[in-house]
Design a protein around this ligand. Structure first.
Ligand SMILES: [Zn+2]
Length: 420
């Protein structure tokens, strides 16, 4: 049988990273291959620091005696903006020359997937700034647990990871009442965990979560389409929102990084793009109040709707707004608010759709409720294959009582790219 488990490796696995990229667009791939062949990897002792509270990027440059002009003032606005996103406490690394006198490279993570890279160009001896993807490896991991009290409590107690508990619980999308769980009920979780510099980081992704309540197994599976389904191929229900352009093809998913086709650089994609013909009606994803309807820079014609529960949706690049749609107006879920266009920074007609909670972009597909709730035909057959594969693995871990393995933390060792 095929096992859902990775071999342990401590160095970044480029084949795997590359494979992840093969699914993405050509520009991205080309960029990555250039990066691969023009650089060699080596291990070096570097110093790791933690970003101090309220420290600004500019203050950091000054402290380290790095030039402000090429590393800040000469950057375009998008890149300058990135430097405002450094989180307090984030671990960052500095690689110095052998005599310790000059800084050769700096890596500062911005999101789980994007980082600032400062380096000294060997030819020109000038410092350069770039935003690059964080190299990480994804390991497939699994564990078995016997319930102590609640599933979340058990996971935190046995693994020490709140993130695993959250990923397990949220994969069920409130479709299962965890209150019925009793002591000695069993659970298995199959998940992907990202590792960077030998340490785990970012939210684990639950691939399959199984909770056995009084002898009855409840399992949810993450399908190829990014949604969780139950055994019968019915989508585990989310809540709140409807797709804003029903039936439209998604041309770009929410991602903490992607290669921007116009700007030709790495940026986060804070929403989902729906490809549709110019003039296709756009519907309000939920009940709410329009808090903005107008022109907004790279968004083009933009509508913002505030919903209950601190949610806000944004609809960008619109051709035009529907008559009567303006700030202050209340709309119902499904109401037409405007039409697909390509205003602002856009390559062609599409809707850029964002969902924010407390102002922070979140993946709209995780909560958007779409009309099709059950899989049919080929997608169903593909899902059932995947389900059988996961079920086999779950049975294996149940039988073997697979223990959670704590990974050793590796400090102070870091992999920089050699700058030519
Ligand atoms: Zn977009």
């Amino acid at each position: 049988m095929r096992l859902y488990q990775s071999k342990t490796h401590t160095k970044p696995n480029f084949a795997r990273v590359l494979k992840k990229y093969l699914r993405l667009d050509y520009n991205m791939l080309r960029f990555f291959i250039i990066l691969l062949f023009s650089t060699a990897l080596f291990g070096a002792e570097v110093t790791q620091y933690h970003w101090e509270k309220d420290k600004s990027y500019l203050a950091f440059l000054q402290e380290e005696k790095l030039p402000l002009k090429p590393l800040y003032y000469n950057l375009d606005r998008d890149d300058q903006f990135l430097t405002k996103d450094i989180f307090t406490g984030v671990p960052y690394q500095i690689l110095r020359s052998d005599d310790g006198a000059t800084i050769e490279q700096v890596l500062i993570p911005l999101t789980d997937e994007l980082q600032i890279h400062i380096y000294k160009d060997k030819k020109t001896q000038q410092y350069k700034f770039e935003a690059i993807p964080i190299e990480s490896i994804i390991k497939k991991e699994a564990f078995y647990l016997e319930i102590v009290s609640s599933p979340s409590y058990t996971i935190v107690k046995k693994t020490g990871s709140k993130r695993l508990a959250r990923a397990f619980e949220s994969s069920f999308r409130k479709s299962l009442n965890f209150k019925n769980v009793r002591k000695n009920d069993r659970m298995v979780m199959l998940y992907d965990q990202a590792y960077r510099l030998g340490n785990s980081f970012a939210m684990p992704i639950a691939r399959a979560s199984m909770l056995e309540i009084r002898g009855k197994k409840h399992t949810v599976y993450l399908n190829h389409d990014g949604y969780y389904y139950d055994k019968r191929g019915a989508r585990v229900q989310g809540f709140l929102l409807k797709a804003p352009v029903p039936g439209a093809r998604i041309s770009s998913y929410f991602s903490k990084r992607r290669f921007h086709p116009i700007l030709k650089k790495w940026k986060a994609h804070n929403g989902v793009d729906y490809a549709a013909r110019r003039g296709t009606p756009i519907h309000a994803a939920g009940n709410g109040k329009i808090i903005f309807a107008g022109r907004a820079g790279s968004y083009g014609n933009l509508i913002k709707i505030r919903h209950s529960g601190a949610y806000e949706t944004r609809y960008a690049h619109m051709k035009s707004f529907r008559k009567g749609i303006r700030r202050g107006k209340y709309v119902k879920q499904g109401d037409i608010i405007g039409y697909v266009g390509t205003t602002g920074r856009s390559t062609g007609p599409h809707l850029h759709f964002e969902l924010r909670k407390y102002g922070k972009p979140i993946n709209p597909l995780k909560v958007v409720k779409v009309t099709t709730k059950k899989l049919y035909g080929t997608p169903r057959r593909e899902f059932l294959d995947l389900r059988d594969f996961y079920d086999e693995n779950i049975d294996f871990h149940l039988k073997n009582k697979t223990k959670f393995k704590r990974k050793p933390h590796i400090d102070r060792v870091c992999y920089f790219q050699k700058i030519k």
